[in-house]
Design a binder for this molecule. Sequence first.
Ligand SMILES: NC(=O)c1ccc[n+]([C@@H]2O[C@H](COP(=O)([O-])OP(=O)(O)OC[C@H]3O[C@@H](n4cnc5c(N)ncnc54)[C@H](O)[C@@H]3O)[C@@H](O)[C@H]2O)c1
Ligand SMILES: [Zn+2]
Length: 361
Amino acid sequence: MEQVNIHTSTKSYPVHLGKGAIQQLTEIIHGAEDSYTSIMVITDETVATYHLEAFHEHTALEQIVVKIVPSGEKAKTFEVYQDCLTSALENKLDRKSLIISFGGGAVGDLAGFVAATYMRGIRFIQVPTTILAHDSAVGGKVAVNHPLGKNMIGAFHQPEAVVYDLNFLQTLPEHEVRSGFAEVIKHALISDDVFYNWLKNDIHSLDNLNDSQILEFLTKGIQVKGAIIAEDERETGIRAFLNFGHTLDHAIEAEAGYGKVTHGEAIIIGMLFALQLSIELLGLDFNLQAFKIWLKNLGYETSIPAGLFNVQLIERMKQDKKAVNNTIRFVLLEKIGVPALIEIEEKVLLMHLKEFVEEGE
Ligand SMILES: NC(=O)c1ccc[n+]([C@@H]2O[C@H](COP(=O)([O-])OP(=O)(O)OC[C@H]3O[C@@H](n4cnc5c(N)ncnc54)[C@H](O)[C@@H]3O)[C@@H](O)[C@H]2O)c1
Ligand SMILES: [Zn+2]
C-alpha cells in the first residue's frame, strides 16, 4: 500500500493506493473529525455492474444512497447533474453529508461538481476505477460539459481523500488502459527523465502490466501532479504545464467529435506534436523516433486521424483556455522535466502542423 499526501492552499488530503485499499474507506469515513450524517455514492452503469457488490462488501457502510448514472461522458450533462441533485434532496442529504464518487474521471468530475454545489458545497471522497483517474481524482477540478464546450461549467473543490484500489482496474478494457497511460507518460515527460526512462525501459506492452508496475507509475504520476498543484492550485501559473499535449488534443477531440478518439489517444498525438515543436523551436534534445516506435508498440496511433484539417484544428486551438487574444500558447519542453509556456504565432504553427502531418503519413 502506498500513500501520497496532497497539500493545496485550501486543503490537505491523503491518496491511498494499493490492492485492497477500499477496505480503508470505512475507517476514513468513521474517522472524520466532523462526522457525516449521510452518504450518497455516485457511480456509473459499467462500474456498478462490475464492482458495486464488492464495494458494498468491503465497506459495509449502512444506509447509503446509490445513484447510478450513464457511463462515460454521458454522465457529465446538465440533466444527469440535476438528477443527482434531485436524488440528494429527496434523500435529505444535508450540509454534513458525504458524496463518494466511484468510477472513472467522468463520474469523478460529475460527483465532485455535485458536491461542490449542493448546498454551496459538501464534502466528497474519490474512489477512482480507471488509470486515467490518477490524474482526474487529484487536484480538485470538477466539472460538467456544456453543449458548447467540454468542462466549461465547473469549480475547484478538493476531495477529503482519494482511495485508489487497484483491484478495480482489472476489468478495464485495453483501450481505456491506453487512454489513462497517456497521462502517465505526460506526467513523466514534464517531471523528470528518470521516470520517463523507467517507463520506456520497463513497459513494453499494456496488456500484461503487473501490479507493481501499475502501483509505481500511478504513485509517481500522482506525486508529479501533487507537486504542481501544491504550488498552483488554481492554475494561475505552473498548473498549466499539466496541459502538455492537450492543446492539439482538445482540437482533435472536438474536431473528430467527442468520444470518437479517447482522451489519451489524442494526447499522445498532441505530445508528439509538442515535442516536435520543442525540438525545432527550443532545441530540445530528444529521440522522437524512438519515442514513436515505443508508442506504436504500445498500440497508440501516432498521426492525426484522417479527415481532420489543419486550418480547423488551428481555429479550435485558438479557443483553448490557455489562448489569450487569439495567440496560441503551447506547453513545450526545454528539456525532459523542464516545461515552458510558449506563445506561437498562427502562421508558424500552421507551417509546423503541415510538416507534422506530412511526416506522419
Ligand atoms: N478533473 C480533472 O482534473 C480531470 C483530468 C483529466 C481528465 N478529466 C476528465 O476525466 C474524464 C475521463 O476519465 P476516464 O477515462 O476515467 O473516463 P470515464 O469515467 O468515462 O471512464 C471510461 C470508461 O471506462 C468505464 N470504466 C470505468 N471504470 C471501469 C472499470 N474498473 N472497469 C471497466 N470499465 C470501467 C466507464 O464506464 C467508461 O465507459 C473526462 O471527462 C475528462 O474531462 C478530468
Ligand atoms: Zn488530460
